[in-house]
Design a binder for this molecule. Structure first.
Ligand code: B3K
Ligand code: ZN
Length: 876
């Protein structure tokens, strides 16, 4: 496969003013007819170059220009599309082709999921439906007529329904017209036997919008939460961004076979069932919150993505980074802001930092790609959102809003770039963000090394910050970034010290945002009455690593007293991290392990401290995951990480047993289930305590888990109890619980995924043999990405212990599954291989085994472009 470069971007030669599509749906032979009004793009230069259309896996039946059929000799048809000579500046092109939705297991283009037709076109799936200039900067007005047998009663596409009727007795049709010009990647079609729930929303200007959620009949009772989330998101976008919905109808469809979470097609969002369906009995708190955020995310795309779209796919973060930032702020407003931030940062630090340090490392705006699907990454999404958040921090909420208003104003109805976004932020605020742009072009995670000096006589405190960024593929040297460092100073008693920076005209404040722009820079604070303790990078104000030599006692003070909740948690992580690093060293040196008493006592204080948000307590009591420890390590020593973590967990569980038990008892009361922040927080802490208690494998503790498993009336408590049993209890007891759980829920796909994932992630039971057995279970399906993620994704990414078995069996198993999957679904195969691509970071032994597994993938034959790109770059 070839490489596409950002620097080669050129405007499209031809524009498509309107696109009329007609589908005659048949499982193996769907007929697609298109009629395009094409026009030479005046901005693209002189002359009339051939018209190039993208098309993949299509059976071409006919082409006509202005009504005149073209003979095969009149144009070229190749594997990737058509090239048609052109002799006029404007014409109508009619194309007819056939496709095979049933045979389409890539889940890109038009495919069948449990008998329902659906589409996924982003990024380059439309070319699997018909020949088209499949690029985001060609915007066109779409009309779609769908013809299907009567046993597909629901026929949907984007925009408004304009016509429906009968065709030859046993078939019917519906025509949809989308008044908003859009690129092909936002086109969608759905046909099936679906039911719907309906609601209404009145927009800020008083227009009434019909809201509909479609599912298979068996799931229709699981739509209420998604509907409530949608309405909340619509209101929030009006209030916070002044953005109103623009069509009279907004539809969501739940689909079982889906490569990712959801898709923002104009007026017709298509969702992975797992990201829309929920009921208290079947969905965990985490699922409720995920649904809320994804429904909002896709809705927010209506402005940040659809009304203003991307010029080319290198600009993907323009819509994704911005929209993730928007949905994160929405979730923070709906729930606990601090907890949302902690969850997001944990993920970023673990997975995005690893990506930034790995062979696929790329800037938020990549310079090149072989297969764009591989760039729907944590870097583009989550780091992209952090970059937008930094702009928000630098400009303040009002300044940011001025910038976003100008951006939407300037670019509405067109395809924009990341540069356009920053320019709007600058112009609306009269500021200059030249250096800040490096966040879009430089890959890698910057490191801030911070030291300080206090002069008691002068009452002067100096913070010195040195920034650096490790080399990444193709970028050996980095220029300094523009980094907002939010900070404050604490006195010995934990009080906030008043800050006045040198030369500042501001009065007394407790918190500042230092703007780091140089490789090394010092900041002086005057009138500091005592030796201060710095609280650095509050709220994680930039996606960087901060190195500062805190003592355990200082970390405990921050944990107890910092006014920034995020940094209280961060201090707990640093403390735990230090203790675990010591355990890993001792394990390697063959010294008997002993856990830092500072950590034990810090955790005890957290459990005893009154008035803390229980969710925050739960987060503070959670040790950094094995994956986080691996990311932070210079060289990954899986065996030492596993040993250290296991030992720390056991020691804490034994030492704090009474406090944990008291906490559990205090919170284990029966309450009707509500997925609201306060209740979620209590369940989180209760179940964290239960998990710790069960680590001891004491009979009493396991009995609590069993009792909770039997009595639970919601899936959060039920699955937490089951997990505690599966992770700790002897085989018989866990087996019985697993069996009864499956019997009860085997008809519910979302719960079955959870059931599979619980087993695959268990260090106790998720052995390779057990995972192989799960793949033979009747519920497993290699063509269903949710199943693949539940069993294989969980095993490789969240079962550190079993995946890293010293004999390398886990790696070779994963390689074999990736090879098999690549034939069915390249996107999923290319994702699943990720853990193997990190082989260089491992210590010798696992390193060679992982490398060999990766090589076996490369040597297995013809790989998809998706998988080839990831594997070849990782072997370098
Ligand atoms: N824009 C889609 C992602 C499409 C991924 C295609 N491989 C979902 C989202 O980010 O909202
Ligand atoms: Zn998105």
């Amino acid at each position: 496969p070839g490489t596409v470069y950002l620097k080669d971007y050129r405007q499209p030669d031809y524009l498509v003013d309107s696109t009329r599509l007609r589908f005659e749906l048949e499982p193996n032979a769907t007929l697609v007819q298109s009629r395009l009004k094409v026009r030479r793009n005046p901005a693209a230069g002189e002359g009339l170059p051939p018209l190039k259309l993208d098309g993949v896996n299509l059976e071409l039946l006919s082409v006509a220009m202005d009504g005149a059929p073209l003979a095969a000799a009149d144009f070229t048809c190749h594997d990737e599309g058509l090239s048609i000579p052109v002799d006029r500046a404007e014409f109508t092109l009619e194309i007819c082709n056939r496709i095979d939705p049933e045979g389409n297991t890539s889940l890109e283009g038009l495919y069948l999921s449990n008998g329902m037709y659906c589409t996924q076109c982003e990024a380059e799936g439309f070319r699997k439906i018909t020949y088209y200039p499949d690029r985001p900067d060609v915007l066109s007005k779409f009309t779609a007529t769908i013809i299907a047998p009567r046993d597909y009663p629901i026929l949907l596409s984007n925009g408004n329904e304009v016509e429906r009727g009968e065709i030859d007795g046993d078939r019917h049709f519906v025509t949809w017209e989308d008044p908003f010009a859009k690129p092909a990647y936002l086109f969608a079609l759905v046909a099936g036997r679906l039911e719907k729930v309906e609601d209404r929303f009145t927009t800020m200007s008083g227009r009434e919008v019909v809201l509909q959620i479609f599912t298979e009949p068996k799931n229709i009772h699981k739509c209420a939460h998604a509907m409530a989330s949608l309405k909340a998101a619509m209101r929030w976008d009006e209030e916070v961004y002044g953005r109103e919905y623009d069509l009279d109808i907004f539809m969501i469809v739940a689909v079982d076979h889906f490569n990712m979470g959801a898709m923002e097609n104009k007026g017709l969002n298509i969702f992975n069932s797992a990201c829309v369906l929920a009921s208290p009995e079947t969905a965990t708190d985490a699922a409720f919150q995920r649904i809320e955020s994804i429904v909002a995310h896709e809705y927010f795309h209506n402005w940040s993505g659809n009304r203003v779209t991307c010029r080319d796919w290198f600009q993907l973060s323009l819509k994704e980074g911005f929209t993730v930032f928007r949905d994160a702020e929405f979730s923070a407003d709906m729930n606990s802001r601090a907890v949302k931030r902690i969850e997001d940062v944990s993920m970023l630090r673990t997975a995005q930092f690893a990506e930034d340090a790995g062979p696929m490392s790329h800037p938020v705006r990549p310079d090149s790609y072989m297969e764009i699907s591989n760039f729907y990454t944590l870097t583009v999404y989550e780091k992209g959102a952090e970059v937008v958040r930094m702009i928000h921090t630098l400009l303040g909420p009002e300044g940011f809003r001025r910038g976003s208003d100008l951006y939407f104003d300037r670019h509405d109805g067109s395809a924009a770039t990341c540069e356009d976004f920053i320019a709007a932020m600058e112009d609306a605020n009269g500021v200059e963000l030249q250096q800040f742009r490096r966040w879009y072009s430089q890959a890698g995670t910057p490191i801030l090394e911070i030291s300080d000096d206090y002069d008691a006589k002068q009452q002067r405190y100096v913070l010195t910050v040195r920034q650096s960024c490790p080399p990444t593929p193709g970028q050996p040297e980095k220029q300094p970034f523009h980094i907002p460092l939010k900070m404050g100073l604490l006195g010995a008693d934990g009080s906030a010290l008043p800050l006045v920076a040198e030369g500042s005209s501001e009065g007394e404040i407790n918190e500042r945002v230092l703007e780091i722009t140089e490789a090394e820079q010092s900041f002086t604070f005057e009138n500091i009455a005592e030796q201060p303790l710095p609280s650095l990078l509050r709220g994680f104000s930039a996606p960087v690593k901060v190195r500062y030599d805190y003592t355990p006692a200082q970390l405990r003070l921050l944990m107890r007293a910092d006014r920034d909740a995020f940094n209280r948690w961060d201090a707990s992580q640093r403390l735990a991290f230090g203790a675990m690093a010591q355990l890993q060293r001792d394990f390697r040196a063959g010294i008997a392990l002993q856990l830092s008493s500072e950590l034990v006592e810090a955790y005890r204080s957290v459990l005893q401290q009154e008035g803390l948000d229980p969710a925050l307590v739960a987060e503070m009591l959670t040790l950094p995951s094995a994956q986080t420890l691996a990311e932070e390590a210079e060289t990954i020593d899986a065996e030492a990480i596993i040993a250290a973590r296991k030992f720390a967990e056991h020691t804490l569980a034994e030492a704090l047993y009474d406090e944990l038990l008291a906490t559990y008892r205090r919170l284990n009361h029966d309450k009707p289930y509500r997925p609201v922040a306060d209740d979620i927080a209590e369940r989180r802490l209760k179940n964290t305590a239960l998990a710790y208690l069960c680590v001891t494998e004491r009979k009493d503790a396991l009995a609590l888990a069993e009792a909770q498993f039997v009595a639970a009336t919601n899936m959060t408590d039920s699955s937490a109890a089951l997990a505690a049993l599966v992770n700790r209890a002897d085989d018989q007891c866990a087996e019985a619980a697993l069996q009864s759980f499956y019997e009860r829920w085997k008809e519910d796909d979302q719960v079955v995924d959870l059931w599979l994932g619980l087993q695959s992630s268990s260090p106790q039971r998720g052995t390779l043999g057990a995972v192989r057995a799960l793949m033979l279970h009747p519920a497993f399906e290699l063509t269903n990405p949710n199943r693949v993620r539940a069993v294989l994704g969980t095993f490789a990414n969240r079962n550190f212990t079993q995946f890293h078995q010293p004999d390398g069996s886990g790696f070779h198993f994963l390689a074999a599954q990736v090879i098999a999957l690549d034939k069915l679904n390249p996107q999923i195969a290319a994702r699943l291989v990720t853990p193997l691509t990190r082989w260089k970071k491992y210590r010798t032994g696992p390193r060679e085994a992982m490398h060999a597994a990766l090589q076996s993938v490369m040597a297995s034959g013809q790989l998809s472009a998706d998988l080839y790109e990831v594997v070849s770059k990782s072997l370098k």
